[in-house]
Design a protein around this ligand. Structure first.
Ligand code: ATP
Ligand code: MG
Length: 144
């Protein structure tokens, strides 16, 4: 299975979750590939600092990474993709490659609205249940 951590908002924990979920799965043990799809190279930099790790890491921060990610995935039980901040072409490619997309957020109303906006981006075809204005109607008026 290919699982990506994506959000157009930066600094929400995508890379932290990617590394830790990959490490958790590898410890089971499962054969895990962690794909760094962010030009910032956070995961690749982290991997370079580790003397030992129980899973493979590759850098694949390019617009057409979906095909290569899916081709590599056949050799692994689990593939984790750490995406870039943003909803651009790399994010789109990661969505195409993924069986599951996880969108970490900060617990703030504005961040939640951002997720719905991201999910409703027609190009991605995600999130039909997000409210029309990208805001959760359960929130108090002051938070909408
Ligand atoms: N669950 C958490 N609780 C508190 N701090 C966290 C948590 N997860 C990540 N952080 C911290 O938040 C910061 C941003 O995390 P991280 O780099 O994983 O985010 P990111 O979404 O990958 O950022 P970017 O969009 O820049 O790639 C880091 O300092 C990290 O240590
Ligand atoms: Mg990151």
């Amino acid at each position: 299975m290919i699982v990506s951590f994506l959000n157009q908002k930066g600094g929400v924990g995508k890379s932290t979750l990617s590394v830790n979920v990959a490490a958790y799965l590898a410890k089971k043990p499962r054969k895990v590939l962690l794909i760094d799809a962010d030009t910032q190279g956070t995961v690749a930099a982290w991997a370079a600092l580790r003397e030992e790790r129980k899973f493979q890491v590759v850098s694949m921060a390019r617009d057409n990474m979906a095909r290569d990610a899916m081709a590599m995935a056949v050799d692994y039980q689990d593939v984790i993709i750490d995406g870039p901040p943003g909803a651009g072409k790399i994010t789109r490619a990661a969505i195409i490659a993924s069986d599951v997309v996880l969108v970490p957020i900060e617990l703030q109303a504005v961040a939640q609205g951002g997720v719905c906006g991201f999910a409703k981006t027609g190009e991605y075809g995600l999130g039909p249940r997000c409210p029309r204005n990208g805001r959760d109607e359960r929130l108090p008026d002051s938070e909408k």
